[in-house]
Design a protein around this ligand. Structure first.
Ligand SMILES: NC(=O)c1ccc[n+]([C@@H]2O[C@H](COP(=O)([O-])OP(=O)(O)OC[C@H]3O[C@@H](n4cnc5c(N)ncnc54)[C@H](OP(=O)(O)O)[C@@H]3O)[C@@H](O)[C@H]2O)c1
Ligand SMILES: [Zn+2]
Ligand SMILES: [Zn+2]
Length: 352
């Protein structure tokens, strides 16, 4: 074991603060990575503050961070995919049982025994896993991804959660040329969804509560932008969408979006608000519409998404911050005041 520098929350009410955490020395199949950038996902905030307590209670101290890119510093003797000096990335998963039907089908995100990058039981230490707000991490090579060399690293980090979480359901629901696709909530996930849906060839409509994001959404690749507080603007799109991706982090009226779906249209929730949403049965019944959810993505699909983003030169629009600004960043995230993802420059951790 060795000590790594990190930022952790000591309780649901504490700000994140500098600390040291134990990490295992790389075993045979492990890759040790010096973390260069880590994105800030809204899930980090939900978990640091124990907002998902009924589903996934937070174990403290909690070191968030699952949008990790860095450079390999050491590899175990049996590692084949990576060597010291390579770029490497880690997303929301660091392990799974690898034997269940879901794992065998490449759906590690549905494995009942998956290990999340933070706040999961750690098989190696017997404690809890610690995430990417840290100077290094040690992960089995089977859960380490390759970063296309043409991508800016600060902007590539958010692909590891925001990218895959939006790419996976869009692939599953057949987003392609000729499909009308809505993206609700132009935050970290939503802005990636707009870019990816556009690259997949769909007609993209962005829904935002922030009129100030209108011009940006068009630049990100939306064909149309609707300010969702405007009922008339919403009404114009009634019954017209094949697919809507809902990436809103807070309570909102999902029925307003169900009504925008055409027959057999689907709305997929990736946003995970603290409280349940109220769904109108009639909004589903008329039109045989469906409502579903989707978690992150498997390892193979995450690599596919990274390669897709490499090919289309897609990264997140990031505001790079030092780790010392993480608490301020959380407050701004709550106000939708970031364009469109914070990415922590982990070199800043060297100074405190
Ligand atoms: N399913 C998964 O596997 C998965 C993975 C990652 C994250 N998530 C969840 O996805 C959600 C979004 O994450 P994120 O990192 O993209 O968050 P984010 O950057 O904070 O973006 C959320 C966006 O939702 C909109 N919004 C916020 N409050 C709203 C309100 N009261 N009413 C309507 N719209 C509101 C805002 O967009 P506008 O300003 O455009 O309205 C905001 O930018 C979070 O709940 C997160 O935990 C789920
Ligand atoms: Zn995330
Ligand atoms: Zn499994």
């Amino acid at each position: 074991m060795y000590n790594a520098k990190a930022y952790s929350a000591a309780s649901a009410k504490s700000p994140l603060a500098s600390t040291t955490i134990p990490r295992r020395d790389p075993t045979e199949r492990d890759v040790q990575i010096e973390i260069l950038f880590c994105g800030i996902c809204h899930s980090d905030l939900h978990q640091a503050r124990n907002e998902w307590s009924s589903f996934m209670p937070t174990v403290y101290p909690c070191v968030p961070g699952h949008e990790i890119v860095g450079r390999v510093t050491k590899v175990g003797s049996a590692v084949k995919k990576f060597k010291p000096g390579d770029l490497a990335a880690v997303g929301c998963l660091v392990d799974s049982d690898r034997t269940c039907p879901e794992c065998r089908a490449g759906f590690e995100q549905f494995c009942a025994n998956m290990t999340l990058t933070y706040n999961s039981p750690d098989k190696h230490t017997g404690a809890v896993t610690y995430g990417g707000y840290s100077d290094s991490i040690v992960v089995d090579e089977r859960f380490v991804l390759r970063v296309p060399s043409n991508l800016d690293l600060a902007g590539a980090a958010p692909l590891l959660c925001a990218g895959i979480t939006t790419y996976s359901p869009m692939r599953h629901w057949g987003v392609t040329k000729g499909k009308k696709v809505g993206v609700v909530g132009i935050g970290g996930l939503g802005h990636m969804a707009v870019k990816i849906a556009h690259a997949l060839g769909a007609h993209v409509v962005a829904f935002t509560t922030s009129a100030s994001k209108k011009e940006d959404a068009l630049r990100l690749g939306a064909d149309e932008v609707v300010v969702s507080r405007n009922v008339n603007e919403m009404q114009k799109h009634a019954g017209s969408f094949h697919f809507v991706l809902d990436a809103v982090a807070a309570a909102h009226d999902i029925n307003a979006y169900l009504n925008l779906l055409r027959r057999d249209g689907n709305i997929t929730l990736v946003g995970a608000p603290e409280k349940p949403l109220a769904v109108s049965a009639f909004a589903l019944i008329f039109g045989r519409r469906s409502l579903s959810g989707s978690p992150i993505g498997g390892i193979a699909e995450t690599q596919e998404m990274l390669d897709f983003c490499g090919k289309h030169n897609i990264t997140a629009n990031v505001e790079v911050i030092p780790i010392q600004k993480v608490n301020e960043a959380y407050e701004r995230l709550l106000k939708s005041d970031v364009k469109y993802r914070f990415s922590i420059d982990m070199a800043s951790l060297k100074s405190g």
